[in-house]
Write a protein that binds this ligand. Structure first.
Ligand code: NAD
Length: 323
């Protein structure tokens, strides 16, 4: 049976299983894209300070609300704490700034974007600051901002009503196990890179067994990373050309993209695909409306290569975050 929502702990809020991703949306396209996404039926918007487009995303959300297409409470807005704001005193000002950019009073989910504290860049100096602290020179400067203090400040945002839920992204089991020893509010959600070429089965199973929901990002594997210049993405067989994916798509008269999304949903893992094209937006949303036989899920399970595309080690930062 198709489940359209995941119930989050501890709030009991219902998070849509399919949302709309906002990474790499040009601010000039942002408002119209998000307006279209809501109009075709998306109810979850996956945003972040570091996507450098929150003002435009917020305009799109508010256009849809103002036109009466949705009410604010029908939407589930996710955004993320950027790494330069991990110190406990910077967490609340960061979300307040993001709410101002988005034109919203609260978000539904606030995620720690990476377990990576970067040197603080004051909001008045540069916003959003991006990865590098020094005028965009490709140098990473770490900060002494312990995660337990950052998380304590995240918990206060829930108490203040600025976010309904809090969670993490790009964390591994070790970090989560540690977090569960001190969290007063358990993380509701883990968002990580997941697709047929990077399945992270043990991570997903353990996290779900703890009552923590999982969202896959970059469900189409290399597709999103070709435009970033990733050699890894360019050298691997495109996911949509993979014979197993293509055969399963043909069997159900579906597109390969729908197979990738459906495979994730079969693991009760939420997805946040991104497309500027309205037909593709609809096509991706339709991954909710069918089922894949277990033998096909198993066939896709065989495609795992442990191949990570969003890897700061192979990007300019050369940071071995996942090692
Ligand atoms: P994605 O896997 O959604 O792929 C997007 C690419 O696929 C685009 O090039 C798009 O044109 C193409 N595409 C979309 N629908 C298609 C279809 N039906 N047929 C053919 N091509 C199609 O990529 P993504 O943007 O990397 O990931 C989705 C979202 O996940 C992001 O937008 C962002 O919100 C989130 N994300 C989070 C993190 C994190 O660190 N937490 C990192 C990356 C992405």
């Amino acid at each position: 049976m198709t489940v359209e929502y995941i119930s989050l702990q501890p709030s009991g809020d219902k998070m849509p299983l399919i949302g709309f991703g906002c990474w790499k949306i040009d601010p000039n396209d942002g408002a119209e894209t998000i307006y279209n996404a809501i109009k075709v039926g998306y109810r979850l918007i996956d945003s972040a300070s570091n996507y450098k487009n929150e003002k435009a995303i917020g305009r799109g959300i508010n256009m849809a609300i103002d036109e009466g297409i949705v009410k604010r409470e029908d939407l589930f807005v996710t955004t993320k704490l950027w790494s330069t704001y991990h110190k406990k005193e910077h967490v609340r000002p960061a979300l307040e700034k993001q709410l101002e950019e988005l034109g919203l009073d609260y978000v539904d989910m606030f995620l720690v974007h990476f377990p990576l504290p970067l040197k603080h860049v004051p909001i008045e100096e540069r916003y959003p600051p991006g990865w590098y602290q020094n005028n965009d020179e490709p140098v990473i400067t770490l900060d002494r901002a312990p995660m337990h203090e950052c998380w304590g400040a995240m918990e206060k945002l829930v108490e203040a009503g600025l976010t309904r839920n809090i969670g993490v992204s790009n964390f591994n089991v070790q970090l989560l196990m540690d977090m569960l020893t001190y969290a007063n509010i358990k993380p509701s959600l883990l968002q990580v890179e997941l697709h047929p070429y990077l399945q992270q089965e043990h991570l997903v199973n353990w996290v779900q067994s703890q009552g923590i929901a999982v969202t896959a990002y970059s469900s189409f594997g290399p597709t999103s990373f070709v435009s970033t210049g990733s050699k890894r993405a360019k050298s691997v067989e495109p996911l949509f050309e993979n014979p197993t994916v293509k055969d399963i798509a043909a069997k159900y008269n579906r597109a390969p993209s729908q197979v990738a999304l459906r495979w994730s949903l079969e693991r009760n893992v939420a997805v946040v695909p991104k497309s500027l094209n309205v037909d593709r937006m609809k096509m991706n949303l339709e991954a909710l409306n069918w089922k894949m036989d277990e033998e096909d899920v198993q066939a896709i399970n065989q495609l795992d290569m442990g191949l990570r595309f969003n890897d700061p080690m192979v990007n300019a930062q050369k940071l071995p975050l996942f090692y």
